[in-house]
Design a protein. Structure first.
Ligand code: G4P
Length: 528
């Protein structure tokens, strides 16, 4: 096996998706503890407010008690090199999450045992399924009362349309929770006084019953045996190919807060989940073991370190090996591009990168040259991994600085945050008014907050009643359509004309009246 192949095989790059409060932060933290990346519990949340990997706008997160940023963390566990990409869970702020999901090879979906499949999980799941990303399910909070496991499998199948195959099965729940039975390794894992108390290999169900009689009540044992036999007979057989195609999800149970079930989950997950695989590009399939270097930018984040006012472009490596000082080219411009100060992110530090491989995420210092979706190639014959999904904004507002003397900082902030993808920015052609577009309302709050915290600019914001944005792909917008009571023409930050409409009816009317104009929900690609 080549050195490159070995490195690719030991990489696992995944994201954790869940509805807020299901336990994403807790599970991440327990995994980092297992990998020795952090030493004490509480560090993940604590670190969110530390300066190394965040910005002042985490204050907003603290105030509202929601997670609004994605972060990347790397650690080693049992020979594997693991990259966890965190995803914001709030429904209003998911654009970033969707893009992050383009950069992973698998996903861990956490469900709260009492709540089952919740709204945000459903949305995120759909993105994963559309891309065929393998999904692993961790049902959390087994130390609390919740839905019956069989009911949850049914819900997963019905609501999400994916088969489930339980790798382990809970013994009781809430106050009667005694642990899990690992169906794959025929092993009981005990849970006592909120902690793992040991494990026991067993021969068969008779054996299982015998051991459980010491710790569990008869009703729990009877229910467990009945369920297990039902699963053996009528459940889905575990099929790794179906898992890899995103058609079946292996299911695990546990209690992240006490770390119960987390090591077992991680071990099975690392064994079953795919390492980086090939990706389609304009030059055909790119294999992670191809010698040439390639990757794409899926996220740009400004002001990660308030004391440096820096901006980082996050690059997911897709092939080859990154080496310090190597030559690379940016596909969009075809020009050579020095990868400046690449960094990798750990739980408590970021460090310069000497070597990185497919699956790894490196942060590049960005003086304003990258755009989300950019492909970086280690060869002059550039190719592209294609555009990342764009989301049409549905909320619009007009903004201006409260204090006209702050105009310079205002323009700088708007430009940087637009490039980062935090918000979409338009200008009216004649009056140069600034119009903001957002996928979710919360993006406005974050924007106002960041403009104040990072650029010292207070804003005056007026919400507009438009709901649709369409880029003009072909044709010229007639003068009389520039500003009507139902539509408004603006330019995006690359000066491409966009028409904002109040509703579908107005959009259809415009299309009927202007048949020579082609509109598009997403911006056309540009090369500048
Ligand atoms: P999130 O990132 O998905 O939003 O969830 P997070 O991990 O922050 O967990 C949300 C709450 O659920 C936290 O409680 C956390 O302690 C709790 N929790 C996580 N896993 C388990 C579990 O296995 N069992 C039980 N019973 N609770 C769990 P909190 O009170 O909101 O915060 P904290 O003060 O405890 O941190």
């Amino acid at each position: 096996m080549s050195g490159l192949q070995k490195e690719v095989n030991r990489r696992k790059t995944f994201a954790i998706i869940s509805h807020p409060d299901a336990g994403k932060t807790t599970l991440t933290e327990k995994m980092l503890l297992l990998g020795g990346a952090i030493r004490t519990a509480g560090s993940v949340k604590g670190k969110k407010s530390a300066k190394f990997a965040t910005s002042d706008w985490m204050e907003l997160e603290k105030q509202r008690g929601i997670s609004v940023t994605s972060s990347v963390m790397q650690f080693e566990y049992q020979g594997y090199k693991i990259n966890i990409l965190d995803t914001p869970g709030h429904e209003d702020f998911s654009e970033d999450t969707y893009r992050t999901l383009m950069a992973v090879d698998s996903v861990v979906m956490i469900l709260d045992v009492a709540k089952g499949v919740e709204a945000q999980t459903k949305k995120l799941f759909k993105v994963c399924r559309d891309r065929g990303i393998p999904i692993f399910t961790f049902i959390n909070k087994m130390d609390r009362f919740g839905k019956e496991p069989l009911e949850l499998f049914e819900e997963i199948e019905e609501v999400l349309g994916i088969e489930s195959s339980p790798v382990n099965y809970p013994i009781g729940m809430g106050p009667t929770f005694r642990g899990v039975y690992d169906r794959f390794n025929k092993r009981i894992e005990y849970y006592e006084d909120g902690e793992k108390a040991g494990s026991q290999s067993i021969e068969d169900y008779e054996d299982l019953q015998k051991y459980l009689e010491k710790t569990a009540d008869q009703a729990t044992i009877d229910q467990l045996l009945e369920d297990l036999m039902l699963l053996d007979e009528a459940g889905n057989d575990f099929d790794i190919e179906s898992v890899k195609n995103g058609k079946q999800t292996p299911v695990f149970f546990g209690s992240a807060v006490s770390s119960f079930g987390v090591p077992t989950f991680l071990e099975h997950f690392l064994e079953m989940s795919p390492s980086p695989s090939s990706r389609e590009s304009t030059a055909g399939k790119v294999e992670p073991t191809d010698e040439f270097f390639s990757g794409f930018v899926f996220k740009i984040q400004a002001n990660m370190d308030p004391s440096h006012r820096d901006r980082i472009a996050f690059l997911r490596i897709c092939s080859g090996k990154y080496e310090k000082g190597m030559s690379t080219w940016l596909e969009r411009t075809g020009k050579p591009m020095k990868l400046a100060q690449p960094q990798q992110f750990f739980a408590d530090s970021r460090e310069g990168v000497d070597a990185a491989f497919a699956g790894d995420i490196v942060g590049l210092y960005d003086p304003g040259v990258y755009q989300i979706g950019d492909t970086v190639c280690g060869t002059k014959d550039v190719f592209s991994f294609g555009d990342l999904p764009q989301f049409a904004p549905e909320h619009f507002a007009k903004v201006r600085p409260k204090n006209a003397l702050k105009h310079k900082q205002y323009l700088k902030g708007i430009k940087q945050l637009a490039q980062e993808g935090a918000i979409q920015v338009y200008r009216t052609p004649r009056y140069e008014e600034t119009i903001l577009g957002a996928v979710g309302q919360l993006q406005f709050d974050v924007f106002i907050y960041r403009m104040q915290a990072e650029y010292g600019v207070d804003l005056v914001m007026e919400h507009l009643s438009y709901q649709l944005a369409r880029w003009v792909k072909e044709g010229k917008v007639p003068e009389k359509a520039m500003r009507t009571s139902t539509s408004m023409v603006v330019n995006d930050y690359l000066d491409r004309p966009v028409i904002l409409f109040k509703n579908d009816f107005n959009l259809d009317y415009f299309k009927n009246q202007n048949e020579d104009i082609t509109l598009s929900e997403t911006p056309p690609k540009t090369s500048n």
